[in-house]
Design a protein around this ligand. Sequence first.
Ligand code: FEO
Length: 394
Amino acid sequence: MIIKEIKKDVYGLIIQDWSRTLFDELIPLPDGTTYNSFFIKDKKNVLIDTADPTKTEELFEALGEIGVEDIDYIVSNHSEQDHSGSIPSLIQAFPNSKVITNEKGAGFLKSMLLIPEDRIIKIEDSEELSIGSRTLKFIFAPWSHWPETIVTLCPEEKILFSCDLFGSHLASSEFYALCDEKLYTSAKRYYAEIMMPFRNNISRHLKVIETLPLDIIAPSHGPVYNNPAFILDAYKDWLSDEVKNQVAIPYVSMHGSVAKMVDFFVNQLIKKGVGVKPFNLTTTDIGELALSLVDSATLILGTPMVLAGPHPAALYATYIFKVLRPKTKFVSVIGSFGWGGNMLKIITDMLPQGLEVLEPVVSKGYPKEQDFENLKNLADMVVERHKQLKIIGG
Ligand code: FEO
């Protein structure tokens, strides 16, 4: 763990989960993660967010190290168990403590963690609470993962406790963000996996947060930002409508036909100056695919026909694409079949509205001269469409 006094009597407690490999049994964690809590000693003692239930003992150790004898308020910015999981033990250990959340959060805490109603204080949007020499302002930021999410501002210290928002799944020995390429990629991947589905909501929250005078943004995953501009500027880019002159190509190939087509298509795009990110779905880390979707202008799915439909791995990628709701503008399919089936309709029916579907290329068996010609045409179409877009760096 890392314990740091950020400002006088304001402590950051970072508990690393170095070996966690999956989040929500879904999201791969190549760099583990952390659960961050923050403790403010004032007339009232406040703990902001807690830890995953598996790390409750470490959270108690951290509180012991900074000499916490009593807690008045536990602020639950977000009810998901990786931040609320230690609340049941904490309210037992500190019988005078109350949990601060909003109406929706109270519902989640009661149903998921069996927190008694009489231990909860419900606050309204923008409500302020004096804790002595400091104030806490609770700003509702719904869908910065779940619908109940709050960010908490301490105006006197110019700190925003943002919970999931601005987080990164990055366990490290650094308390403050190094703001290097590694962190940037980790925060971007986290954005893709957790925040991108709620892009419109996050854009609205960002506009509010940008107006706050902030020295520190303190998320509850990954390092803390003492240079808030780094992560605010990154979010502005990721949330903007601009895309890269780049094509993400998740594909799967059973007997080499789709692989041959993808390979040819990739080389065509490279020759024409388009960036490409191919992902073999049998081996790829799905988080890497999500990361590439943050700003790829186009998605091309590669799949063979299996049992009269797309390969299940391609369906999974289509579903991930649909639920992550990236700002991708164009989509198409490269495929092959042996004797028949309906993979194009199954895929296009799953796609979100508002995308332009470019003419797919599907070969019967191994690709032949006409299929390669069609792939060249598809590459030309991609180039043409990208020319019409606001391209990052273009
Ligand atoms: Fe880090 Fe949505 O929990």
